[in-house]
Design a protein around this ligand. Structure first.
Ligand SMILES: [Zn+2]
Ligand SMILES: [Zn+2]
Length: 58
């Protein structure tokens, strides 16, 4: 089954997971089993790190 790019398995994270992981970062992997209100993975546009404007076109 071809593996499409999927969302990070962290419930509160909106990032895309890596190819070899269900999470976008070690942070999410560690917090994946924990129900958190916000994600602190630090990626732009995600959770507590979403300080950047909405218009973030790579
Ligand atoms: Zn995140
Ligand atoms: Zn994540």
């Amino acid at each position: 089954m071809a593996r499409m790019t999927q969302k990070c398995a962290h419930p509160a994270c909106n990032c895309q997971a890596g190819e070899d992981s269900n999470y976008c970062s070690p942070y999410c992997e560690d917090a994946g089993g924990t129900t958190e209100i916000a994600c602190n993975c630090g990626h732009a546009g995600c959770g507590a790190g979403a300080k950047a404007p909405t218009m973030t076109a790579r």
